[in-house]
Each structure stands twice: as structure tokens, then as C-alpha cells.
Write a protein that binds this ligand. Sequence first.
Ligand code: PMP
Length: 291
Amino acid sequence: MHSETSWYCYFRKEVVPIHQATVNTACQTMQYGSSCFSGIRGYYRDGKVRLFRLKDHYERLMSGSKILGFGFYMEYENFEKVILDLLAVNNPKQDFYIRPCIFTEDESLGPRFDVPIFDIAVYMIPLNNYYEPNKGLRMMISSWRKISDAAISVKAKAGGAYLNSSLATTEAKSCGYDEALLLDQNGSVTEGSASNILIEYQGTVFTPPIGADVLDGITLRTVVDLLRSEGITVRYEPIDRSMVYSCNEIILTGTAAQVSFASSVDSREINPKSGGGPGPLCRKLRKMFDD
Ligand code: PMP
């Protein structure tokens, strides 16, 4: 395996060392955040590499390009080949993360998407746990509201839309918390900065409706399927702030976050009986997820 800084990436239709994959500062992706991206987990287990739901990530990425009108499309077979070529050259021997990104090098001044040069770049990095697995996240309800899909697609994983996540996490960390929880314009709970949320409230598992300014999370879909396969009811319903403060457990799901949990929100302890560790729902989910 190459060292992290020398992992190869896919850029301008070639496999090149990452330091060669650079764009002009004037390009629209750099100036306006004109991109959409994906994040895929790779696991290294028993000497073999396994990718988590590659096709689902591909489909969401192409859907993002379509929603935003980028005019970029790639067949699954070609996408998969790029990933396999990168795996062959980087030869990872630990868990890792793959980041495909559709971007433009167009240098025209006015922000617009109907430019002909959208392309895909893909890089990989080693990644173990993004959050400490046995330490609950201390979350803060952000003073920044979640962007509405009426303003920027929240389903496309658009680069520029992540300014919203950056504002929220930066604020949370500067206030001494680990993560932000974002409410929508009406005060309903949406998601974390890069994770979906589920809560166990009065014996039922709730997650916000998919149409409620949240990303259609691939880890969330997996977790909901796992819970339902165990006969546990999951309801896609609006969640308000009081439900979050008074629920029994908070689970965060995401490619980076995997199955994580919150130990407090705005300094109100969640599930104190677990002594700061994961609660029963989180433990059950992690076990099912690992299997
Ligand atoms: N919400 C947001 C805003 C995200 O960036 C992510 C990470 N992709 C998620 C939720 C979780 O989605 P997934 O499980 O598909 O990674």
C-alpha cells in the first residue's frame, strides 16, 4: 500500500498521484462549489476488500448530477471500473473511504451549470472510525437552519450545499460540542452535519420523512431494513426538538459515522443509564450492521 499522500486518484480520465490532480483556481467548482459527490466505505476484512453498497452510491451520485443539471452521466460498468482500477493501484490493507466527485473546470465568471466540462474525479484515503465508537457525541442544536430543498437540493450532495454543514459543525465545535443537529426552517429536526438521525421515543423508532430536507441516506436505508427485519417498527415522521431532548436513544447513521450515537443534546443527557456508552438500540444495530 502506498502512503496516504501518495495514494493514486482518478482525474481527467487517468490514474495519477493525488498531488497531480489539481484544478485552476478560476474554475467554477473552486469559486462556487459547483460539484456533487459521494462517499463510499471500503472495508478490509480477512485479506479482502469489500465495498459498502457501491451501486446505491453510484445511483445517488448520478441522480445528484441529474437534479443539478450537470449534464454528466456515466454507466455503472465504467464507474465500477474506475474504482477497481484505483483499488488495484492503491492496494489498501486497511479500511478506507472513496470520494467520487463530479466537478467542472469551466472558468467562465458567471455561476451556471450548463457548461460542457463536467467530469468525475475519484480519490481514496484510509479511514477507520470517524467518531470514537464508545463515546457518545455531545450534540448542539445549531443556530444555523438546514438549507431547504426549495433553495438548494439536499438530495444531490452538492458541494456548495456543504457550507451549511461547515457552518453548523464549526459553530458546534467552537461552543465545545462534538456535532451539530440541524432544524429546518419550521423547527423540525432534519439531520446531523453529515449523518441521518433516528431516535427511540416512547418505544418507537422515528426518523424524519425522506422529503423533509434530509439526504436519502444509504446507511439509514440499511439500518431501517435491519430494524424492520427484526420486527421493530420505524416511523418516518416529523421529529420536534422536545422529542429529541426527551427520547431514550439517538442514533446517527452515515458512511463516515456508520452507526453512532449521541450522549447529549444541548447538555441534556440522553440515555444516562448507559453511562455514556452506546444504548441497547445502538448495540443491537451495530451487531446487525457488522454481520
Ligand atoms: N446527511 C448528510 C448531510 C450527509 O452528508 C450524509 C453523508 N453522506 C448522510 C446524511 C448519510 O448518508 P449516507 O448514509 O448515504 O452516507
